[in-house]
Design a protein around this ligand. Structure first.
Ligand SMILES: Nc1ncnc2c1ncn2[C@@H]1O[C@H](COP(=O)(O)OP(=O)(O)OP(=O)(O)O)[C@@H](O)[C@H]1O
Ligand SMILES: [Mg+2]
Length: 250
């Protein structure tokens, strides 16, 4: 099923238990297609767990979680998703191009198209100059971009990127955010991007603000500022945390 009128991700009473404790608690949210949606919240609030559930890599998921019209984790989604994990997984003894070539082959990109496809994703992440370098000799930011390039292989409909810009310089961060918006605008891709820093919030079309395993609010940055009567997403977040605490204190 590929019904594009459905959101890219739709969660109803989504729960996850890790280490005996609930880590995601009855989440309700949706990620509209073709948007750059930011998943923001402090360290430990459950961003990575939520993303692992979306890509089907998380155990003990309860509730309903629909991804691109399919049940999360279903085999039909394998080629339609790209996932950048928080810990870059790159073979250090292979060159940049060899890493990409390997993963393109795993994904089933035909041999005839592979080198052109690899060249184009390397250009997307600004690594053309380092195509022949051993991954083990790249800087950490360059290596993070090799992982990002792997997630872009196969032109997936949904990209789930766990803190893709952490540790990168401001110029590179900006160019990656431009790339994310290009992918949404030109290919209709949906991007779910986590960050624990609020200064990237305004680069997103939509936001989901998380705290302690719950979604406090979702909407555009403008909607969240207006709803809370604040002038920045950071202040909106603080306002929502305070309102939530009051609502939950008997
Ligand atoms: N393997 C695990 N076993 C048990 N609990 C875990 C495990 N991994 C994470 N947790 C717990 O789940 C909660 C959410 O973790 P998660 O990694 O999803 O947070 P996060 O928002 O991605 O944080 P960060 O911004 O630091 O990456 C945390 O309280 C953490 O302690
Ligand atoms: Mg995380």
């Amino acid at each position: 099923m590929n019904d594009t009128s459905r959101p890219a991700v739709l969660a109803h009473r989504l729960g996850v238990v890790r280490g005996g404790a609930p880590v995601l608690k009855e989440l309700e949210f949706s990620v509209p297609r073709g948007t750059v949606t930011g998943l923001l919240g402090p360290s430990g609030c459950g961003k990575t767990t939520l993303m692992r559930a979306v890509v089907g890599a998380q155990a003990r998921v309860t509730g309903r979680l629909e991804v691109l019209g399919e049940r999360a984790g279903s085999a039909a989604l394998r080629h339609r998703l790209g996932y950048l994990t928080q810990a870059p997984s790159v073979y250090l003894d292979l060159t940049t191009t060899q890493n990409l070539d390997y993963w393109a082959a795993v994904l089933g990109v035909g041999r005839a198209d592979r080198s052109e496809h690899v060249r184009s994703v390397l250009a997307d992440v600004d690594l053309t100059e380092h195509a022949g370098a051993l991954a083990g000799r790249l800087s950490s930011g360059q290596r993070a971009r090799v992982s990002l390039a792997v997630a872009l292989l196969g032109a997936p409909e949904l990209l789930v990127l766990d803190e893709p810009t952490v540790g990168l310089d401001p110029v590179l961060r900006r160019s990656l955010w431009d790339l994310f918006h290009r992918l949404a605008a030109e290919r209709g891709a949906t991007l779910l991007i986590s960050s624990h820093v609020m200064d990237e919030a305004d680069r997103c079309d939509r936001l989901m603000l998380m705290r302690e395993g719950r979604v406090l609010a979702e909407g555009t940055p403008g909607e969240l500022r207006a709803r809370t009567g604040t002038d920045s997403v950071e202040h909106a977040f603080l306002h929502l945390v305070e309102a939530d605490r009051r609502a939950r204190t008997p």
